[in-house]
Design a protein around this ligand. Structure first.
Ligand SMILES: NC(=O)c1ccc[n+]([C@@H]2O[C@H](COP(=O)([O-])OP(=O)(O)OC[C@H]3O[C@@H](n4cnc5c(N)ncnc54)[C@H](O)[C@@H]3O)[C@@H](O)[C@H]2O)c1
Ligand SMILES: [Zn+2]
Length: 449
């Protein structure tokens, strides 16, 4: 009661069922047992549906043992833990039977806390925690050590990493998986992992049956390729990324996109395949080389600009948690990139892709290209570029101007040759904004040395 469930459900974009709505409060006049019995019926009914919904449980529902059993079987229970004063402020004067005076309310609050602690799968302090829980993301310093318990089920696990990551964190992951670890595999380091040759080898090495889970330990290249192998091997097996690079923790391992490259371009073959759990341990970033960190910071700055908050200033644990939740919320609302909302994540990327293509994907990293792309997007939005300059220090790249311009017009988001952009408007990010050709060309030129 009073924890802000209404706004949480709305923001998740899933259908929401409020059990209270079907349980007339007047039943309380006949005594609490009558009310709880009806409530239990409603919960049973809702939980028997096949499609995912957000169930907004009344605060007392879990005092009924039968409801607790149903939840245990059929739901992920998120406890929105707010202190008693904040909770009271929200329900005070609502006329609810159990919120008529502070003393009784406080007693009830204390009585129920242990029950909440027992039924909760996840304790959430804020909206981002709820999003992470619903998206199946677990963000916690030291999470790698608990990999075995965090990956759902008790079936066999195949651990996939690359030689660098295997050498640094592989042993910890193996120990954490314990008896579930059935096999280990390595993909080549870097973009080489995202080739049919590498995935073909992995497909053939895998021994898991359909009850197994692929655990992908590594950067975005490992998670993209291993996730794609999971989407396709035996027509799809469960997978759980444990991302180790900043790019992967805030971007690649979130949202269910998996894939490999073709010689014609990056990420041209793939599948949407949502992980059963994503285990994010920000402590792993401590071994990440500085240039790789900067790659990830480009996406962090992008996320902060989209969210309208300086997320890049936060310490690692919080920075990763907030950025991961931001992307996850958008992907939950638009899981297969159909509605268009997911397109805003491409802020700065139309320019970036053009620069990368003009460089033939050699010598210009994605992060550096995104940093430059953000400059252009901010300039076209009439915004200050100070943040990007300070945090990412982008330097113009030496590529062929004509080639970059041609690539931008060919961009898959361009319609009829007119490039469209994500820009920051007064009301927030907007995608599909058409920009006069000469303005787009001018901003692209400014990024080239
Ligand atoms: N699927 C998506 O939605 C999505 C989103 C963004 C990016 N991506 C993909 O991600 C890829 C880039 O990911 P990346 O930048 O992580 O590259 P990467 O996987 O090649 O990792 C970068 C390098 O860092 C090393 N490394 C990773 N973690 C480390 C650690 N903790 N300590 C020491 N070294 C470590 C790796 O071995 C590698 O050499 C691209 O292919 C891109 O297309 C996918
Ligand atoms: Zn990117």
């Amino acid at each position: 009661m009073g924890a802000g469930k209404t706004s949480v459900a709305r923001a998740l974009g899933l259908p929401r069922v409020e059990t209270d709505a079907d349980v007339p409060i007047e039943l309380f006049e006949q005594g609490e047992p009558a009310f709880r019995a009806r409530e239990t019926e409603v919960v049973r009914d809702v939980l028997s549906r096949a499609e995912p919904v957000v169930i907004d449980l009344g605060g007392g529902a879990v005092t009924t043992p039968e409801v607790r059993e149903l939840l245990e079987e059929r739901a992920t229970v998120v406890w929105l833990d707010v202190d008693v004063d904040s909770a009271w402020r929200r329900v005070e004067g609502s006329g609810r039977p159990l919120a008529r005076n502070f003393e009784d309310f406080e007693r009830l609050y204390e009585e129920r806390r242990p029950i909440y602690a027992e039924v909760a799968d996840v304790v959430a302090r804020d909206f981002d925690d709820v999003v992470l829980a619903v998206a199946g993301l677990h963000v916690e310093r030291g999470a790698l050590e608990r990999l075995g318990e965090l990956v759902p089920g008790d079936g066999k696990a195949a651990l996939v990493s690359d030689p660098n990551v295997a050498g640094i964190h592989g042993m910890d992951a193996q120990l954490a998986l314990g008896g579930r670890l059935a096999e280990t595999h390595q993909l080549p380091a870097g973009e080489e992992a995202k080739t049919l040759t590498a995935v073909d080898r992995l497909w053939r090495e895998l021994r898991l049956d359909r009850s197994g889970t692929i655990v992908a330990l590594g950067g975005g290249c490992t998670t993209d390729a291993a996730g794609f192998a999971a989407a396709t091997y035996l027509r799809g097996v469960a997978w759980a990324p444990a991302p180790t690079s900043l790019v992967a923790q805030v971007d690649a391992a979130i949202g269910g996109k998996t894939g490999i490259d073709l010689s014609q371009g990056k990420n041209l073959v793939g599948a949407f395949h949502w992980p059963v759990r994503t285990v994010i341990d920000p402590a792993l970033l401590e071994t990440l080389p500085e240039p790789q960190r900067l790659e990830g910071m480009a996406e962090v700055v992008k996320t902060g600009l989209l969210a309208g908050e300086p997320l890049w200033e936060l310490p690692d644990d919080e920075l990763v948690r907030r950025c991961a939740a931001f992307k996850a919320a958008i992907c939950l609302r638009d899981p297969e990139e159909r509605g268009g909302e997911r397109a805003i994540l491409n802020l700065g990327h139309t320019f970036a892709h053009a620069l990368e293509a003009a460089a033939g994907y050699e010598g210009v990293t994605h992060g550096r290209a995104v940093a430059l792309g953000l400059l252009a997007a901010l300039r076209l939005s009439g915004r200050d570029t100070g943040v990007v300059e300070e945090v990412l220090r982008p330097q113009p790249v030496r590529v062929d101007r004509e080639r970059a311009w041609e690539a931008m017009k060919r961009d898959k988001k361009a319609r009829g040759g007119v490039p469209r952009f994500v820009l920051l408007g007064d009301e927030g990010p907007e995608s599909g904004v058409e920009v006069p050709e000469e303005d787009a060309r001018r901003e692209l030129d400014r990024l080239i040395a």
